[in-house]
Design a binder for this molecule. Structure first.
Ligand SMILES: CC(C)(COP(=O)([O-])OP(=O)([O-])OC[C@H]1O[C@@H](n2cnc3c(N)ncnc32)[C@H](O)[C@@H]1OP(=O)([O-])[O-])[C@@H](O)C(=O)NCCC(=O)NCCSC(=O)C[C@@](C)(O)CC(=O)[O-]
Ligand SMILES: NC(=O)C1=CN([C@@H]2O[C@H](COP(=O)(O)OP(=O)(O)OC[C@H]3O[C@@H](n4cnc5c(N)ncnc54)[C@H](O)[C@@H]3O)[C@@H](O)[C@H]2O)C=CC1
Length: 424
């Protein structure tokens, strides 16, 4: 039977049955998902080796987004998030995208950049050219830091130099461009930046100061595109209204921030589930959301195509890895990567971007039609009822009342709960 991520009734299965279905679809051993149990995943002794002053571990739900097809491949996507309706929304949009083949993605080469700041340079423009004259020497020096990366086909690709005026002085800033292959690459490029700093300062005739990667990873882009059929979205008027909603985000930074937050609902959840650095990806995303005219704008675009269907596109920096960081050290991250079955950091970056686009479409479609509250709040109601003290047995009745009363609030849940208990 061909594997499919379109698993009917997935949401109604028990956790155990969901795991079995995931293992079957991803073609992995069911036992490898046992680490998703809190007592078998990130134990305190392992956590104590990951960060400092550990006193415990904070769990987060890991959900599976269904329905994804990326470049023709059916896949289930693990998402770590505390927010209700995110996993449902991604699955919902992926279901709509399937009609036209799902998501189509691509990436640039995985090139990260490290900056070396040089201060107190008397002739910054000339210093820039002196550094470029020594490009090969500096590239070779940086490259010698990571023979393994070179063996894997990565390594330093270029050196560029910028002159950056600031309120405290004019700086010469050298950039090392490094192909980091399947790593996120921060540690790799930072080591290189520190290694070349003294020599770069000498050549520039100044003092080197900061030596660190830039999270504006604009040479390491991932892209996703999908066509969402007008019929599946609710008709031609819905397509037009989604375009209007997205256009507001393009034009207005107040809307853009929320629009992009919706994209990051999906992106950060997959980045976190795979043990990658959410802050790095978020910094990269928001730094990319600056239009050529300098205002903060939306990361995605929505247009109507010649058939009247909606086309969504998303392009942003995506510094994620399959090695390094916590990707190999965190048992849940390892399990998440095996569920995804991605063979390279580029493939992971593409999946993450597809999920960002799906998440964005689901949210903007809800906003352009019935509003966010019905779908989101009816799922969030379970969280609210639990906060109010509902037991698993009481949960369905309390949730049903909160949704019916259109009052998904803890005070109302407490009232409903006491009524239920009084009548029991
Ligand atoms: C919530 C839905 C999906 C309901 O949508 P619906 O149409 O009522 O759901 P449905 O029951 O018809 O199901 C449609 C599909 O949604 C999925 N689905 C539906 N329900 C579940 C569930 N319980 N568990 C798992 N999956 C679910 C599932 O894939 C299902 O198809 P299936 O695969 O079953 O054939 C829809 O209203 C939606 O997509 N809403 C958007 C929600 C959202 O974006 N939430 C994020 C939080 S709000 C926010 O932070 C961002 C925001 C909104 O501010 C961003 C912005 O402003 O742009
Ligand atoms: N501003 C930022 O974003 C910063 C982030 N970080 C952290 O840096 C970590 C990521 O740094 P990395 O350099 O990725 O980690 P890393 O140093 O653990 O791993 C990268 C190294 O793994 C080796 N390697 C083995 N197989 C490889 C393969 N297939 N492809 C590429 N390299 C391979 C290479 O020698 C490479 O230098 C994350 O934990 C991040 O949180 C650290 C400093 C700053």
């Amino acid at each position: 039977m061909p594997r499919t991520s379109r698993i009917s009734g997935f949401r109604d299965l028990s956790v155990e049955a969901r795991r079995a279905a995931v293992a079957e679809t991803a073609d992995i051993a069911p036992e490898s998902l046992a680490v998703l149990d809190p007592d078998q995943g990130l134990r305190v002794d392992l956590a104590d080796r990951l960060v400092e002053n550990v006193v415990g571990v904070m769990g987060l739900p890991v959900g599976i987004a269904t329905n994804f097809v990326v470049n023709g491949r059916e896949l289930l996507v693990p998402m770590a998030t505390e927010e209700a309706s995110v996993v449902a929304a991604a699955s919902n949009a992926a279901r709509i995208a399937r009609v036209h083949g799902g998501f189509f993605t691509s990436t640039t080469a995985p090139v990260m950049q490290a900056q070396v700041q040089i201060v107190e340079v008397t002739d910054p423009e000339a210093a820039r050219l002196r550094l470029l004259e020594h490009r090969d020497e500096l590239v070779a020096l940086a490259d010698s830091q990571d023979p393994l990366l070179r063996e894997l086909g990565g390594g330093v690709r270029d050196l560029t130099v910028r002159v950056v005026p600031s309120r405290a002085g004019t700086y010469v800033v050298a950039h090392l461009h490094v192909d980091v292959r399947d790593a996120m690459g921060a540690n790799a490029v930072n080591t290189m930046a520190e290694a070349v700093a003294d020599r770069a300062g000498e050549i520039a005739g100044g003092r080197t100061l900061l030596r660190i990667l830039t999270n504006k990873a604009d040479l390491r882009l991932a892209r996703a595109r999908a066509v969402f059929a007008a019929d599946a979205l609710g008709g031609a008027a819905v397509v037009d209204d989604i375009v209007h909603g997205a256009a507001l985000a393009e034009a207005d930074p107040y809307r853009a921030a929320t629009h992009n937050k919706g994209i990051m609902n999906g992106i950060s959840a997959v980045v976190l589930a795979t043990g990658n650095d959410t802050r790095a990806v978020e910094a990269g995303a928001h730094s990319h959301a600056i239009s050529p005219s300098g205002h903060y704008t939306s990361l995605s675009r929505f247009e109507k195509n010649a058939d009247g269907d909606l086309v969504g596109t998303l392009e942003l920096p995506m510094a994620v890895g399959l090695v390094g960081g916590a990707t190999k050290a965190h048992p849940v991250a390892k399990a998440a990567l095996s569920v995804l079955g991605v063979a390279s950091a580029a493939e992971l970056a593409e999946v993450v971007t597809a999920v960002g686009l799906a998440q964005n479409l689901a949210a903007v479609r809800a906003l352009a039609t019935e509003g966010i509250q019905r779908g989101h709040m009816s799922l969030h109601a379970r969280n609210v009822a639990t906060t109010a003290g509902a037991t698993p047995e009481e949960l369905p009745a309390v949730v049903a009342r909160l949704v019916a009363d259109k009052a998904v609030r803890v005070d109302h849940a407490e009232r409903v709960l006491s009524e239920l208990r009084a009548n029991a």
